[in-house]
Design a binder for this molecule. Structure first.
Ligand code: DGJ
Length: 341
């Protein structure tokens, strides 16, 4: 009897231990990633801030049932806007839930943050001059005709963030977006504009809370979205997807020697099997790993369009060859080289 109980304990406990162990020792693209409380990480379309030795991951909370907006002619699947989550980590493997950084609102349907709205692709940067954490995000109506960028601010990285409002930068439509903070402290807003046909880069003001007139059109009529930016060897790299709703497509990238200079479009940075669908995912951010020169993580979302809550994360190493050409290869599981695990 005792040996049967022991066997059951072994069968129940050991696999769980192995799974948990594997999950936290390796990055496993496409798996369900659990936070340190044992719940699936809910941070889609996300971005990462590194501040005071800690990584903060912000993302869209996609919770509850997914439905298709009635009358939509495209695959407009959505969930109630759940606000923006925040998780913290010091090794990029163990993520502690920090709660809801920016709350959505269930009462006022005119509010940008109402659950009926779109709150997507949050990116947070820290402003050294003001001591504030600034979050920019895509704000939209459920038919995506509002096409604006929202901004919120906090004294602490984990929030709570106070929503300030939304704009069409310099009067231009703004949907998918990212923020890039350069080494000199200047910050730039990359956003899909002009009905998603043309990307814009706009320099933010010194406090990062509004747009300057330094607004530049790039990738004109290329129809790119899901921008993710990094700087390598003094060159700027912009990774994007095509515009096919929640369905994946081939990524491409563009480069520039000066961020507000001219950008050259290039082909797909992904290699090997499933490169033509970005491994069934869509870019959201490129993370420079701190303290490891030239080590970058390409972060993407594998959307599950009919069950958005079940969307998964694809993180892969982004490497550059001797000519500065980026390479992204699929990996079943991997560790960040030399990282303390
Ligand atoms: C593609 C965008 O990249 C996503 O963030 C989201 O807005 C979907 N479209 C909606 O279909």
């Amino acid at each position: 009897m005792r040996s049967i109980t022991a066997l059951w304990l072994f069968l129940l406990v050991v696999p769980a231990y192995i799974t948990g162990y594997a999950q936290q020792r390796y990055i496993i693209p496409g798996a369900t990633w659990q936070d340190t409380a044992g719940n699936p990480i809910n941070a889609h379309g996300g971005g990462i801030l590194y501040y005071n030795g800690i990584y903060y991951w912000y993302g869209e909370i996609k919770k509850g049932s997914t439905w298709r907006v009635p009358g939509s002619t495209w695959e407009n699947y959505r969930v109630n806007a759940g606000g923006i989550s925040c998780y913290s980590s010091n090794d990029l493997l163990h993520w502690k839930p920090e709660g809801v950084a920016l709350q959505s609102d269930a009462t006022d349907s005119t509010n940008d943050l109402h659950i009926s709205k779109v709150i997507e692709r949050p990116k947070v940067i820290y402003n050294k001059k003001t001591g504030k954490f600034v979050m920019w995000m895509h704000i939209d109506s459920q038919d995506y005709s509002y096409a604006r960028s929202g901004v919120a601010v906090s004294d602490k990285p984990e929030g709570p963030f106070q929503y300030i409002g939304s704009v069409r930068p310099n009067g231009s439509m703004a949907r998918d977006m990212t923020i890039f903070q350069d080494d000199d402290g200047r910050a730039y807003h990359f956003y899909s504009s002009e009905e998603n046909q043309t990307m814009h880069i706009c320099e933010l003001t010194d406090d990062y809370l509004s747009h300057t007139k330094n607004d530049h059109r790039i990738l004109v009529q290329q129809a790119r979205e899901a921008p993710a930016v990094c700087k390598y060897n003094n060159r700027f790299y912009l990774f994007t997807s095509g515009c096919t709703g929640w369905s994946p497509n081939a990524a491409s990238y563009a480069t520039a020697d000066s961020i507000m200079g001219s950008w050259t479009a290039h082909d797909n940075p992904c290699r090997g099997t499933d490169a033509d669908s970005t491994y069934h995912a869509q870019s959201t951010y490129v993370l420079p790993v701190q303290g490891k020169k030239d080590t970058f993580i390409f972060m993407a979302d594998r959307w599950n369009k009919t069950n958005l809550e079940a969307s998964r994360y694809i993180w892969l190493p982004l490497k550059f060859d001797a000519e500065g050409k980026p390479d992204i290869w699929w990996k079943e599981e991997w560790t960040i080289e030399g990282a303390a695990l």
